[in-house]
Design a protein around this ligand. Structure first.
Ligand code: ATP
Ligand code: MG
Length: 664
């Protein structure tokens, strides 16, 4: 789309369930209401508003006096600095004391039917036991603990146990290899690792302990490994002295552990970014500010009320799992879902059966999962009762309008709201998103800045703020907010270099965006991914969305390659829907149709120079397309692919190399 074309996209009215459900939306009923609310949260009263939210939503052991200090210029951000606060107490104790039987966690195990509800009372006991075990291991405030656990409710308890005693958790996605685990344990110097005998996903066992053992061969400073007996596999290697069973250690300690008195600016966790653009960064978050961002965004972006049942499908190893599975929902005292399985196990109806079974009010997933399910057809979503859903969230990549409509038509059935939420490991919580009771959506746009956030689009070269509508620039934020990360672990200079120095005085997201005539924000993807053809700036997202509109296309990834004539040329990698029939011996015919498709939707200047039909695309383990890999291969630098530790299926690299070589 040209920038003006964004103006032509129609809005979708606020859906019925946000208008006449039993819960009145916190912010609504229209854009005016949002505008008024937002205006009160930025500008001269911003600090007072943040302070009020911090007091309203969180329990402070000692009150803060200063609200915010430091700046992007000086790289010394702090929020609520005199305040003392414990995240574990906030997420567990206060609800357990109020009603110990209230459901805290809905654990949907890999095998359908093996679900379990964990109450706040039970969660408090488990968190306490693990915290006491960690203390026996000598873990104290400021120590790091690596968590390499499957999607079990005990993994949530592990996070909260660390938080309880002031240990900084560093979760590592259980799909990571032993090398990736080793590097992350060593980078943050953990002496303690929490893991399980095995994980289970999609009916298959994952030998977590064996992978951890291999990693630990290269981690000389690890002293204790606490192992959850999850599948009960007989085949678990054991290092005497170092390895201890979770249940045996837990049986030795009391069921209650007092929460530690912790400063608001003490560390809560380290989390490595997804690695879409390069070597992952160990992003560091602190307690008070992060927890406020998590609670506030769950409350307002998802319009969560006390009896809701929140369902975030992300893995605990990603920021979405931290904020929207653990800390946000639990800080509000609502039920959260730990989903152990995959969207297609045992059938592609699994998500919808889960929503139906637990009457989830909220469902939050990533575009990659939506595209996968769309590829497999609507029949799988039809039989579930999805009437409990009020808000459906998308996060991780720009959502293609086609995928947005699929969610709206088949999952929300035009009754529920869809929120396309933009955030990053570094921002801690959502920074751009519709508020479901106030903002009419345009499919593909993350819409407006969240409360308390002031963004700008900058000219990438001059760094000047772009005014007005129909402009495109790099997305930055102007003022600090509580949940922004504080540093890169042990590398503050990298933090400054990547995020705060590129445009002094701003936080640089690395993503490009357009502002349309209504002030809606369209995230166009990484600035590095933008393609420049004969002076036209094109985002990968819009060309990909044009390709997905073609009936047989399941997914597309687009990159720019140097071109003598046009500066850059579009190369598109396309995967097809399972049921789509075409003649594989005549790929050029299909490629021609796909080129026509892009010409039709965007314009002739965007026509891909080459289309490659491939069975799969390189993605991070969190499901994001890694365009840098395809860019390197096309540029003939397939032997310099850089850090591939977060690549989900290493095999696709060779498939793509072969495809590109064959068509050269
Ligand atoms: P790395 O920083 O290591 O390259 P990453 O940026 O993929 O990895 P995350 O912090 O998990 O790691 O992802 C944040 C990025 O995801 C954003 O910068 C943006 O590019 C993308 N993103 C997240 N949500 C959205 C959304 N709703 N729309 C568009 N893009 C999104
Ligand atoms: Mg990033």
């Amino acid at each position: 789309m040209s920038n003006a074309a964004y103006d032509a996209v129609c809005t979708h009215p606020i859906p019925p369930r946000m208008r006449n459900g039993t819960e009145v939306p916190f912010i609504g009923p229209n854009f005016e209401a949002y505008k008024k609310a937002h205006a009160e949260t930025v500008g001269p009263n911003a600090d007072q508003w943040w302070a009020q939210m911090a007091r309203e939503l969180l329990h402070w052991d000692r009150p803060f006096q200063t609200i915010r200090s430091g700046s992007f210029k000086t790289g010394d951000i702090a929020w609520f600095p005199e305040g003392y606060i414990n995240a574990s107490y906030n997420c567990v104790d206060r609800w357990a004391f109020e009603d110990p039987n209230k459901t805290a966690i809905i654990y949907e195990a890999d095998e359908p039917g093996n679900h379990k509800y964990i109450s706040y009372g039970e969660l408090l006991r488990e968190v306490s036991r693990v915290a006491n075990v960690l203390k026996r291991f000598g873990v104290t405030k400021g120590d790091t603990v690596s968590v390499y656990m499957p999607m079990t409710w005990q993994a949530v308890a592990a996070f909260l146990a660390c938080a309880r005693i002031g240990a900084v958790h560093s979760a590592v996605f259980p799909g990571f290899s032993s090398e990736a685990l080793r590097d992350r344990i060593n980078d943050c110097r953990s002496r303690v690792v929490l893991t399980a005998d095995e994980g289970r996903r999609g009916g298959k066992a994952i030998a977590l302990k064996a992978l951890a053992d291999k990693a630990l061969e290269g981690c000389p400073h690890v002293e204790h490994v606490l192992v959850l007996k999850h599948t009960g596999s007989e085949n678990v290697g054991w290092v005497a002295g170092r390895d201890k069973w979770w249940h045996e250690e837990s049986a030795k300690v009391p069921n209650y552990c007092p929460p530690e008195l912790l400063n608001s600016e003490d560390g809560l966790f380290i989390l490595y970014t997804s690695g879409s653009t390069g070597k992952p960064k160990g992003i560091m978050h602190t307690i008070g500010g992060y927890l406020l961002g998590a609670a506030l965004s769950v409350k307002y972006v998802f319009d969560v009320h006390p009896d809701d049942r929140f369902g975030c499908m992300a893995d605990l190893g990603w920021i979405t799992g931290h904020t929207y599975l653990v800390y946000g929902p639990l800080a509000l005292g609502v039920a959260t879902t730990v989903f152990e399985s995959t969207p297609t196990y045992p059938t592609p109806a699994r998500f919808w059966e889960t929503v139906d079974r637990h009457r989830l009010t909220h469902f939050h997933t990533a575009p990659t999962a939506v595209r996968l399910l769309r590829r497999l057809g609507e029949s799988h979503v039809q039989n579930a009762d999805l009437s409990s859903l009020r808000v459906i969230g998308s996060v991780g990549e720009p959502i293609n309008p086609e995928a947005w409509h699929w969610l709206n038509d088949h999952v929300g059935r035009r009754q529920a709201a869809i929120v396309d939420t933009f955030f990053q490991t570094e921002t801690g919580s959502i920074v751009v998103s519709p508020l479901p009771g106030a903002i009419e959506c345009k499919p593909g746009s993350a819409t407006v800045p969240f409360l308390g956030h002031e963004y700008a689009l900058l000219d990438p070269v001059t760094g000047k703020e772009l005014e007005g509508s129909g402009v495109e620039g790099v997305l930055v934020f102007k003022n600090t907010w509580p949940s922004i990360a504080r540093t890169v672990w042990q590398d503050h200079n990298r933090w400054l270099d990547v995020y705060l120095r590129p445009y002094p005085g701003y936080f640089y997201t690395g993503d490009g965006a357009v502002r349309d005539k209504d002030g809606y924000i369209w995230i166009k993807g990484r600035v590095d991914d933008v393609i420049n053809i004969s002076g036209h700036r094109l985002s990968t997202a819009e060309i990909e969305s044009a390709l997905i509109l073609y009936d047989g296309v399941a997914e597309a990834a687009v990159i720019g390659a140097n071109d003598e004539l046009t500066g850059q040329a579009v190369h598109a990698f396309v995967t097809l829907k399972r049921e789509f029939k075409y003649d594989p011996t005549d790929e050029p015919a299909l490629a021609k149709e796909l080129v026509l498709q892009v010409r039709k939707v965007i314009g002739p200047f965007a026509s891909p120079k080459k289309i490659y039909i491939t069975p799969d695309l390189p993605k991070t383990r969190s499901g994001k397309i890694m365009r840098r890999i395809m860019r390197k291969i096309i540029a003939g630098e397939g032997d310099q692919l850089g850090d591939l530790s977060t690549l989900a299926e290493p095999g696709v690299v060779d498939v793509i190399k072969a495809k590109v070589a064959a068509s050269a």
